[in-house]
Design a protein around this ligand. Structure first.
Ligand code: XBP
Ligand code: MG
Length: 258
């Protein structure tokens, strides 16, 4: 019987609420700098989130939303160039401290370290976005707390494909049975479930209506001792904020179910 050995965290929407006031803003700054009159408002950005990856999102916009847009260069190269500038603006935002971690994230990571659990990241975002977020919120050292940072184009097929989780598991030489995944979105849970990982969801504004069938539990946030979570789906037992004991129970639940 496997015991819980590792926690694997998604980044955008899970560790921090990055999409609406982070990535979206940075995309718009890159468009402006490039002389494009594109403006991804909050609603449109929600639609564009159906695809993971910033370069892929620019491509989706051109192909599905801008039928008359003429490009005199290859769309892959164009998207990559624009995306590079978007990353520049996003990193500036992170460095300015504009994007905090979500409630309970810092506490949970500290408790996991104290409990000797192994930590990893599995995300479709650009690797530098992860290291800047961690550094800006948890300090320089925090990058080393995560044994594996699986990010961006490290695997060609982004979420909802399981590849980025499979890659992280392989690097850690761990079976999915020994881990829990932490996600916030439909594409995220599709990916983690396809990698056979029990998954805990915390929703955000863009994902609160997603279908999280198969999740072990769906919460609004991890919560703090004085600021409890709300349970949206599933059974949180006696807990009011996510703790390591609670995660062990959720993990054991999986083992007895299977
Ligand atoms: C979120 C994503 C990313 C970000 C933008 O992934 O889909 O594409 O929106 O980041 P996750 P990039 O929730 O798995 O972290 O522009 O660097 O792709
Ligand atoms: Mg996410």
């Amino acid at each position: 019987m496997s015991k819980l050995e590792a926690l694997i965290f998604d980044v955008d929407g899970t560790l921090a609420d990055t999409e609406r006031d982070g990535h979206r803003v940075a995309f718009n700054e890159a468009f402006k700098e490039a002389g494009l009159d594109w403006d991804w408002d909050v609603e449109l950005y929600g639609e564009l989130l159906q695809v993971t990856g910033g370069k892929e999102r620019i491509r989706l916009y051109i192909e599905k939303f801008l039928e008359d847009f003429q490009l005199d260069e290859d769309i892959t190269e164009f998207s990559a160039r624009l995306h590079k500038r978007k990353t520049h603006f996003y990193l500036e935002l992170l460095q300015s401290g504009a994007i905090p971690l979500r409630p309970g994230v810092e506490r949970l990571i500290n408790e996991a370290r104290e409990a000797g659990l192994r930590l990893a990241i599995s995300t479709t975002t650009t690797p530098a976005n992860v290291t800047y977020l961690l550094t800006a919120t948890l300090g320089e050292e925090s990058i080393n707390w995560f044994e594996v940072i699986a990010a961006g184009d490290i695997v060609p097929a982004k979420k909802p494909a399981p590849d980025i989780y499979d890659w992280a598991l392989e690097q850690m030489n761990l079976k999915p049975e020994a881990c829990l995944a932490f996600e916030d979105s439909l594409n995220g849970i599709k990916s983690s479930l396809a990698a056979n990982l029990k998954t805990l969801i915390t929703v955000n504004g863009y994902t609160k209506d997603d279908d999280f069938s198969g999740a072990v539990l769906v919460l609004d946030q991890y919560g703090e001792p004085d600021a409890p979570f709300s349970v949206l789906e599933g059974d949180a037992g006696q807990y009011s904020h996510v703790t390591i004991d609670m995660l062990k129970e959720l993990h054991a639940r999986r083992l007895s179910e299977n």
